[in-house]
Write a protein that binds this ligand. Structure first.
Ligand code: SF4
Length: 309
């Protein structure tokens, strides 16, 4: 264990030896970079570890370099098919039941379960506990996901189409529960086993933010449709089709391409508004940090229906 996470280093060493990888590039999400030195020391017995210091946002954000025989990507499961990449999920040893007990008064009788990969190995315990308390629990595996209940900020298929009245999300941060409320239009109870904080996110809140973004873009006439170069976010054809559709509705729309999509990059470009085909976090979590409007693709279409008829 490194901190509260199981980085499965013995298993990883075996894989490195079996693959005969001499130099190995290590990728950690920001919150885990503080553990990198300990991991590098440990892996030095079987290879030459090299740390990627670039930000790493998710399973979509894979980095390989020709100088390394292998990339080890920590804390996510496979999204991009690349045989040069090994994924280590980093399971947390946090007990989920105490925070679920705290969330009980907010739960309806039928509830869907969602979590991030860090807690996915313990979600079955949550299901058993809730069922013993008399709840009907819906737990399913989403498209492209490795574990039941596992969601990504860009993939809520594990909880979509469920006949539940609400979603119990177990994990940290606001992005996943807000995204779940946005895409399912259901109430989300977010229970964080680290902070023991339980919060309720109403679908209206997600929809209100959506219409605030659309109204901010109301006067925009020239749009940049942004594509990311990150391997799991690159949706070039989606951007092209969207730009074409927008032009068909009377807007001026151009495709833009970039790796780091931030306010520093977009706010100074000569476009009135941006449509983001990359990670939805840029819009759902960060839109208030941009001076110019940023929209999800479906929001751009809705905006044009309102403004162009
Ligand atoms: S696109 Fe965004 S939400 Fe999806 S895996 Fe990447 S960082 Fe996570």
């Amino acid at each position: 264990m490194i901190g509260i996470y199981d980085l499965e280093l013995e298993k990883l060493k075996k894989i490195i030896l079996e693959r005969n990888a001499k130099r190995v590039l290590l990728q950690f999400p920001e919150g885990m970079k503080k553990e990198s030195l300990e991991v590098m020391r440990e892996l030095s017995s079987v290879c030459e570890p090299v740390l990627s210091v670039d930000p790493c946002f998710g399973a979509c954000d894979i980095r390989t370099i020709p100088e390394a025989d292998l990339t080890v990507h920590f804390c996510h499961t496979r999204m991009v098919e690349d045989e040069r990449v090994v994924y280590v999920p980093c399971f947390s040893d946090a007990d989920l039941i105490p925070v679920v007990k705290k969330a009980l008064p907010l739960l309806p009788k039928t509830v869907s379960l969602a979590t991030t990969v860090q807690h996915a190995h313990r979600i079955e315990e949550v299901r058993e506990f809730l069922e013993s308390e008399g709840f009907k629990v819906l737990l399913s595996k989403g498209n492209g996901m490795e574990y039941p209940g596992q969601v990504l900020g860009c993939n809520f298929s594990a909880v979509q189409g469920h006949e539940s009245q609400a979603i119990l999300f177990i994990g940290s941060g606001r992005f996943h529960p807000l995204g779940a409320a946005y895409y399912t239009r259901k109430r989300v109870i977010a229970a964080d086993p680290s902070s023991m904080l339980v919060q309720e996110i109403l679908p209206d809140q997600a929809q209100k933010e959506k219409y605030a973004r659309i109204s901010k873009a109301y006067d925009a006439r020239v749009f940049g449709v942004v594509v990311s170069t990150k391997p799991g976010q690159k949706r070039f054809s989606v951007a092209q089709e969207l730009a074409e559709q927008m032009r068909g509705r009377g807007a001026q729309a151009f495709v833009l391409v970039g790796d780091m999509i931030t306010p520093d990059v977009l706010d100074y470009l000569p476009f009135d508004a941006f449509v983001i085909t990359a990670c939805p976090r840029i819009v759902i979590d960060d839109w208030k940090n941009y001076k110019k409007p940023v929209l999800l693709p479906e929001e751009a279409v809705e905006l044009l229906k309102i403004t162009q008829g």
